[in-house]
Write a protein that binds this ligand. Structure first.
Ligand SMILES: Nc1ncnc2c1ncn2[C@@H]1O[C@H](COP(=O)(O)OP(=O)(O)OP(=O)(O)O)[C@@H](O)[C@H]1O
Ligand SMILES: [Mg+2]
Length: 320
């Protein structure tokens, strides 16, 4: 594990955004700066962190961790479905095939926790059109993973839960494509859970984005990262569950908890500034997931991420 003083030294060099108009047309998401040209997109994963749909600041090495983890996972699942990856010119950059995104995010859950738990408890989990079993407890494992789709809202709007019936009734996705997409999600999730388990982690839930290229289904965006997924430490899960204790989380839930507990912020009003201590703590969590999942020691140099990306893109011919 990179020592804390190195994480701290990287604080001023994190990547907030990158302006490279020569790469094409910019679409700035909450986390990625995406440059589209022709049938490809250069996706730069910045060090931005978002929670409750607000961008809060940057975390040392986060973009690199997410991009490298996505590459790692795409390699692990490439027999299950085609993915959008074309090239990895820099540890924070993925060149991908441009797809027509489905307007639905496929969330799949192995356990009841987070927002679903809160909705279930409040009797408000009806929007998914699922008959929930009675008497579930927080963090309980489902007999089999359950898909809780959400709409992919336009920038600045919140994603909303939606049922399969609605998706099909509104024709948001055709029936055949939906069948295929959910089947792919189930296979990806099973592979993800198995691998995570072999590395001492529980892949609790995750979100897939899929699209089509020439009518064919492709997995796009990021996959099984700690931004798009929940990870718990497997060791001690049963004990903590039996006692009703919090699970040991290695994902974005840490920032949500910090915002709620330390600042009473859960998405309304102006988010608090992240302290350097919390930025370093979060960097450690991201790197810990990376190291656990890949079995590699995360190594990266302190210094400007932007300059490194420019150098690599120039060397590989993406920038003149
Ligand atoms: N292969 C692809 N083709 C087209 N779009 C893609 C592809 N892969 C990812 N995307 C889109 O690129 C964007 C990635 O940026 P980012 O993850 O920062 O966005 P986000 O904040 O999650 O979503 P939003 O679009 O709501 O801002 C997402 O909108 C994602 O759906
Ligand atoms: Mg995203």
């Amino acid at each position: 594990m990179i020592p804390d003083d190195k994480l701290r030294a990287q604080l001023p060099h994190t990547l907030r955004q990158i302006d490279l108009p020569a790469l094409g047309e910019l679409y700035r998401g909450k986390v990625r700066d995406n440059y589209a040209r022709g049938d490809e997109i250069v996706m730069v994963t910045t060090d931005r962190i978002s929670a409750f749909d607000h961008v809060l600041g940057t975390i040392p090495f986060k973009g690199e961790v997410l991009s490298r983890l996505t590459a790692f996972w795409f390699e692990k699942v490439k027999d299950l479905a085609p993915t959008h990856v074309v090239d990895l010119p820099d540890p924070s950059v993925m060149v991908v095939k441009r797809a027509k995104p489905l307007p639905i995010e496929i969330v799949i859950r192995g356990y009841i926790t987070g927002s679903l738990w809160r909705d279930y408890q409040a009797g408000k989990a009806g929007a998914y059109g699922i008959e929930w079993p009675k008497g579930l407890r927080k963090d309980q494992r489902f007999d089999r993973p359950i898909i809780t789709p959400s709409t992919k809202a336009e920038y600045g709007k919140h994603d909303e839960p939606i049922s399969e019936q609605e998706i099909l009734a509104q024709g948001l996705v055709s029936k055949d494509l939906w069948r295929e997409a959910t089947a792919v999600a189930e296979r990806l999730f099973q592979r993800g859970q198995e691998w995570a388990r072999s590395r001492g982690l529980i892949l609790v839930d995750t979100k897939y984005e899929m699209g089509t290229i020439d009518g064919k289904l492709v997995v796009i965006d990021e996959i099984h990262t700690p931004d798009s997924s929940r990870y718990w430490v497997a060791d001690g899960y049963e004990d903590r569950f039996a006692k009703g204790a919090e699970q040991e989380m290695l994902d974005k839930e840490n920032i949500r908890q910090w915002l709620i507990k330390e600042h009473g912020f859960s998405g309304h009003g102006t988010p608090p500034a992240l302290s350097d201590d919390v930025r370093v703590m979060l960097a450690r969590k991201y790197i810990e997931v990376f190291e656990r999942l890949t079995g590699e020691t995360f190594a990266s140099d302190v210094g400007s991420v932007e300059e490194r990306i420019q150098r690599n893109l120039r060397a590989k011919g993406y920038l003149g």
